[in-house]
Every structure is written in C-alpha cells, then in structure tokens.
Design a protein around this ligand. Sequence first.
Ligand code: SF4
Length: 1038
Amino acid sequence: MSRTNSLSATNLAVHHHLNCDLYLHNAYHEERTAGTKGQDKPLSELSKAQFKRGLDWESTLYSWLDRSELLLKVPCIPLEAKTLIENIQADDRDHFFITGLTFWPPEAQLNKRFLKTNSVPVIFGLAKPDLLEITRTSDGVTWKVVDAKASKSVKTSHHVQIYFYTLCLSYILDDPFFTPSGEAGVWLPPKQGFHSVLPSFKDVKTISISLLESSLNYFLFFRLPSLLSLSLEDVSWHFNPLCRGCNYETQCRSRASNEGEIGSAPNISIDDARSLKDLLQISFSTSLLSEYDRLTDIEDLHTLIAKPGALNILDRSSPSLTKKARRVLGLPRKRRVVKSSVFSPVIQAARSNKIQVIPRRNFTCPSEEDVAFVISLILDPSSPGTNVEFFCITAVGSTTLEMPTVTHGTGASLIAALARYIRTILTLAPIPRTQFYVWSAIEQASLQSHLINAALISVNDADVRLCIGALAQGASLLQTTFQPLLLSGALLSFLSKGKMLKADYQACLERMDLSTTGKFEELRQRLDDEIRKIQLEGESLFENGDHRREFGQLPRVVVLKKEVESLLALPTPGYWELPDCARVLLAGDSSLPPSSCPSDEEIFRLYKMESSLEPLQGSLLQRNDYIYSVLAALRSRVASHDGPFLLVNEAKVLSSKFMDLCRQDTLRKLFFMQQFEVLSKLNELWKSRIDGCPDAPVLEYKTTTQGAKGIIHVFRLVSGTVDIRGDKDQAFYDHILVEDVSEDSDSDKEIPVEALFDDLAVSGLLFPLNRYTKANWQLQHPIVQRKLAVVDLKNVTVQGDATTVSLHIWGTWEVGFDRDRHYRLSPRLVDFNTAKSLAALFELDLQCSTHQENPSAGLQTHHDLPFLRLILDPKSFDAIEDASQYLRIENDMQRLFRDLRDLGNTSAGALVLKSSQHRAARRILSNRLSVIWGPPGTGKTYTISLSLLRLLEVQRRLGDRNRKIVFITAMTHAAIDACRNKLLRLIDHYQDIESLPTQWLSDLKIEQVLKGNNHPAPPKSGSGIRVYTGTIYQACSI
Ligand code: SF4
C-alpha cells in the first residue's frame, strides 16, 4: 500500500514544536500544489550531530534491553494486526519490549472519528513507535507505547507522537486479550549521560492517556482537518527564530519580507507576534485604525504607533497587551502625554531596511574595557553531555599584555588556559578593567556548567577556584555584597550556638587564615574583630555604591548576541546569527569582509574533519575577530545615537577573590552550592528588575482602611496576576511596591527603583522592622528608602472582572498613595535559612577536622556525623534489620482496623490507611529514612502521624520498652499544628475502640517546644515516649 499526501506522527510532533500551521499544511499538500513531494534540505553537520545523538541513545537503549533479555525484535515491515498479535502471544516472557514495530494507521476506524466531527478524513503515513512495552497478566497482556528521546525533558511534541501511536494501537489491538495500560511513556537518557550510565526504568516518564485525550482528540479530529482544508493564503504562520532548520525556511523568509508580515523583523516570538496582531485587531475594531486603509502588518503597526496618543488610549483599554507591545517594539515603557508621534525602531528597521538603535539603557554591556577576552566554544550536539569540545580565546587589549593573544585547545584544557590569562591580568599593576565575551547564550551556559562541573569534581583545584571567582555568573556579587553579609551572618550564627571552646575559636581562625595563637580571650577578640571587619566591608560597599554597580549588572561573561538584540534593530527577517549580524553591521569594513564571517555550521564541519587542526583554529580566530568587531560597531552605533549614552557601565577591574570556610570536600561543595543557589534566585529577580519589572502586576490605588491588624491599602488590579498563598499564616512582607508611571514622567532615563533595592540586606529580617533592624534599612540606597515600600499581601478578591488587592506596607517612602495612581508589585528575596545552613555546614566541617586530627575525640567515621553520612553514604539509611517483623505486625493492625470498620466501628475506620498511604506507611516502618511526597490534600500529615503511632505500637508489641524520643519538626507553625492535632485525634480514636490494648498510649506524652534552649530535657531513664513538636527554629537547640 502506498500513500501520498499523508502526515506522519513525526509531522504532528514537529508541528507542535514549531507551533506552525503552515508547516503541516505544506507537509500535507506539497505534492499536490508543487508537484513534487517535500525535497528535504540536505542535513547540516550540526543537524546530523543532533540526529546522531538520538540514534546513539536508541541503540544504547535497545542493546541494554536486549542484554537484559527484555527485547523482541520484529521485522521492520508494516505488520498486520493479526501478525502483531501472534508475535506477542508467541513470546512467553512476563515483561518485554517490542522494537522495529511498523504499521499502517487503522484508516477505517480513524475515518469514522473524522466523520463524527463532520471533517474530511486526514490520511496518515506509516507509524513507527520506538518500543511497545508488553506486561503479561493473569488474563492477557497490558501494553504501553514508549518512545526513546535523547532530550533533557519531555516535551508536548513527544506527547503528541506517543498519543497518536497509542490511539492507533488501541484499534489495532482490539482484542479482549490485550488491555491498554492507560499510559504512554517517553524514555529519556540518564542525567549523567548515556555513555557512562546504563539506562534505567526510572527515566521512563509516563503520562496518563486520559490527560491527553480531550485536547489531542480535538486537535486530530477537528483542528487538523480544518486547517488542512484551508487555502494556503488563509493558513496562519509567522516567520520567527524557531523556523531555523524548517524545510520551508527559504520561501517563508522571502514571503515575510514581501508581505510585510511581522516576521520581517527579527526575533519576535510567536506569542509576541500574536500580541501585536491582537493589538492591531483592537485598533481596527475601536477605529484607531481604519479598515479601509489597511496595508501590511508592519505598515499598520507603524501607522498606529505614529498616531499621537493612540498607544495611551490602548494603554487604558488593554494595559497588559499594550505594555507587552511596547517592550517588543522597543518603545518607552512609560505612558506619557504624547503630543507628537513616536516610532518603533524595530518596525522602522523592517520598513527602511536600515539598522536602528533601540533607545534602552543598558547595564550589561560595558562601554569600554582595558582588556577584552573573546571566547568561542565548540559544543557537539552528538555528545552525551554538554561538554565543551574545543575552544579559542582571543585577548584584545589597550594595555600591553605579556601573554599570547590567542589560545586554542580541547575542552579539557579550557580551565587551565583561562586561569593562565586571569593570573597574568592579576599580576599587572594597576589591574586592568577586564571583560570576557562570548557570542551566544548557549556558549555562556556551557562555560558556566563547565566551571561548575569542574568545581564539583575538584573544588580545591587552584585553577578551578580562580576561574570560578573570576567568571562564574554572580561571582561579582559573591565577592562584594553577598560574602560580607552572609559570612558574617554565618559566623555569628555559628558562634551563638553555645559555649565555645578554645579549640573551636582556633579552628575558626585557621579557616580565615588568621593567627591561632594566644589566650582564649585574645582568640575571641580576634574573631570578633574579624567579623566586624567583614561587616564593615559590606557596609562600606553600600556607602560607595560599588556593590550596586556589581549587582549582576555587568555579567562577568557578556553574551554579545543578547546585547546587540537589546540595543539594535537589524533589518533581517525572522532571526539572525553572527554572519548575518556582521553582514549588516560591518558593511563597509574592508579589514573584515562581512561575507567571510564563518558560520557555526562551517566551524562545526571543520571540527568534524579529522585532518589538520589548522583550518579549525583559523576559523575560530576569525570568528573571534568578527565578534570583537561587532562589539566595536555596536558601541559606535550606540554612541552616535541622539540622547543619553545608553551603555551606563564600564568594565570592572578583574577580581577573583573567593572565600569559603569549609575544608572537607563534600561540605565545601555544599557551602559553595548553597551560596550559588541564593545567587541564582537573586539573578532572576534582578533580570526582571533592570527592565522595570515588565511582567509585574500593576495596581491602581483606591482606598485605605483600618484593619484588625493595622492599616490596609486597597487597590484595583490593572494588569498581570496576583496570587496569595493558600497557607499564608504569617506576614512575610515578601513583595516590594513602587510607583509605576506618571503621565508626564521622564523616568525612562532612571534606573528602576526595584533594581536599586538590595534584598540581602533585609532578606532574613522580620517586617515591620524594629528599632534594631531598622539600621539595615538605612543601608539601602537613598532612592529605595524614599520610593519603595515592602509589602505583605493580605487579601485578593475577585468580583466579576474586577480584582481587589489589599496590602499591608512598611517603609520610609515619601511617595504616598493617590487615588487612581498606579503602582508595581514584585517579589523580593526572603531568606531566613542560608546563613544558618552555612553555619551548620561550617560546624560539621569543624567536627570533621577534629576527627581527622584527633581520632580519639570519639568520632570514628563519617557515620558519627549523621548529615554527612546522609550525603556520603545514603544507602546506609536503607531497610532496618527488623523490617519484616515490623511489616508483619503492622499488616495485622491494618487488617484489624479494616475488619472493625466493616463492622461499623467509625473510630477504627479513622485508623485505616488507604492503599497508597499504607504503602507509604510500610516504607516508613521498614526504612531508616523515607521521603513522602504528594500534592496538597493527599493525606501526608495523616499518613505520617498514623505511621508514627503504628511504629510505636509495633515496637511495644515486640516488647521494646526502651525510652523513645520523637521530634516532629517543619518550617512552619501551620504544619506543626496540623501534625500535632492529627496525632491527638488519632490517639482519641485509638482510645475510643473498646477492648483494644491501648495501655502503651499512657506512656506517650506530646510536648510543644517553644524555645529549644529553655525547654526541659527529656528524662534520662524510664520507658516513656516523648514526642516534641516545634518548628526547626523553635526546636533546633533542644
Ligand atoms: S519556515 Fe517557519 S513559518 Fe515557514 S513553515 Fe516552517 S515553521 Fe512555518
């Protein structure tokens, strides 16, 4: 059987990936309209590498299944239902996977479904699922489609494919002997890479078919036939960065330009294009634009923007949409009283075919430096990891440099090469202002993960530490604001833990490279002085403003492509890469002919050639030269732009200071990762703040009332969404509020107030601040003190279309509230734990070295340090010795309560665990460590409380009369209260059941811990059971 004009499951998946109806339309109709079936473009080397990775993963997986005797290979020819069924029935294994399966989708059954929706049937081509999992049951087999995908996570396009296969097979295997499992799966490679780690069933990510059914049936049987029946002109499409590599790219690029489609401007995502089209739609429907004058999308947008006041009108009627459009089109984000027309540089570039400057202040690209390092990295998509395969570093400097200007090498030598350059720079006097550049975000991400992976493997290596200090994202923050605050906090937290011995002070001083000699008092004084010094260092940074300029504003490694995108509108449809950028930006530069800029594809092809390295090195060097020239051209374009200079920062003097306190490798890594976790949260916040929080909800002030717990300010939500946590039982003041706009404001030229706010200075403080903690607030930037309030969300109510938001605020701001004025609400970093975690890691580290230096101290191995044991030897927390006995008795108890319940005893009914809860309880009883996970409302608190009672009862029944101490702890009071109340209620139920032996319950006492330090210690002897409950903050010192 042969089928022309058909779609495959892969076509359906690609359509979802590209989010483009035109792709499907072309793929289905191409032969009819063009006369020849899709001439696929020859695969590029990069695409081949990506493809190869997929094939490698499949063959690794199949050979592993084969070796495990779990694979059945069927001939790769279309199988009839009968043959497939016979093949399955002939195999007597209980569990196996079929590979090579190929079948024609069941046309008759699918056509019936199309007819039900009055749609023209769509023809599908051969289906080839990777694997069909077969599990034998007592009365037949269950089956499940599993596709192997070499990606990091499961995507919607994968779901489309596995759903289609499952749907077809449910018709083909329509036999009572075969039961669909109700699920389908995607088998991903192990996170560590499939070349080094064997495949695992844990990496099969399954999804319930019922979850996919309604949306994919709608797509397959309604939307798909209707889009295929449209004429080509009516099919929706948008030429955008995702189009890279699509078979129809060439024709769509020229169509976008010819038709003045939004895709004739570059880098406008599908979602953004939709918003711009919506804005045009509203403008036509509200007569801001006339239907009679309709031109192309680009021209219509130009007319709309040029019309004085038009955007202000749209701002009022569709604030979110207009705000988004302003961002996409490079327009000022604020509303102004506009008397004259404005124009969008993005639209203007597409109309005029000339580069335009986007007048946006930039904090991430320096205006100048003394030394620039340009780094090009080669990454191989076929490699199982995300390793750097080859690199080229070029040094360009106004300072005389005694170092090679170019270095090439394989990934393994990258860190050493970078460290050599950093060391050379640090030996210069004065140290020059230095900036590192890469071209693309993927190179930046790979460089960062290369550094982090190196640090995880060998955190003590001097080169790695040097590179982390100089290049890791956020390292600048780590060295300035972050370390003084956190390290002094961690040290104070550590020292406040209780009585310190002289040895503790000595160990502490040693870690800080300070003298350890002297009397006890001298040591203490030395440590106090050092902590004060660190604190002062932090405070002085606030005073001279250095930290503010370092606060992520100037990344250590600048991604140049992002900077060009944010500052220049290039006249290139859809998207551009370095050669396209060089072509338009360096036109007229005779030293670097734009046409000679090597593409990533060319460089990758040279890398794949196994002959001499010279052509590759030459090409990489050329790439770096072009990158630097693009940087110079960007600066010159921006400098020639009228108005304020847009590049507000200059490069910093290179620094690679890196301070940590731990010595033990694992603890040192944790100490390091703990800090970087906070940094990454801060970086996320900062990224949005520097753009003026474009996605922050905007509130319109309405009134102020006196609430039971203070003054409440009430607002109407104008744009965005505001969520209030369901479990909110405490005032966290976890948001910040600033004025959004004023009609005649010229504040585009100012740094957004949120970007000046320093989260760390107040991240661990409770609001409202008291007279002691207020000092930290006074260290905030003066503009923050005047213009920003810290906010606690009290309530959000929705009535019809109107959402009302009520807030408590704290601050010293002078802005005040005026009726109908707009304010922006955005999150701040609340962090009560980092300093404590660092202090705890430091304490453990000191214990470790005490053990190493003095084994007679009683610590024999890491087993004596439970937390370290958990990290280094998690398997030692596996099943306990008496597990089988415990489980047997527990099973009797579950059965007893179930029988009593069935006889009508409601108290016993409350003590019966549901089957999933029972499984969890049995895990708790048989393992030293269990993690119970579940969404809210699934009974975790009940399961934990009842499992505790069962464990205690089992032990009593086995004659264990030893004293027991139980801690129940959590982060929040609400969780503790819920657990305690549940426990008390369950005890009541136990005691309500007549004739049940509950004597052991009289030994059990539950105590609420309010302050660990002051709480009476448990009795040292006896057979009682003490259950202590309290948050980690209340219980930690018990
Ligand atoms: S090039 Fe882009 S717009 Fe054209 S068919 Fe492909 S995905 Fe759609």
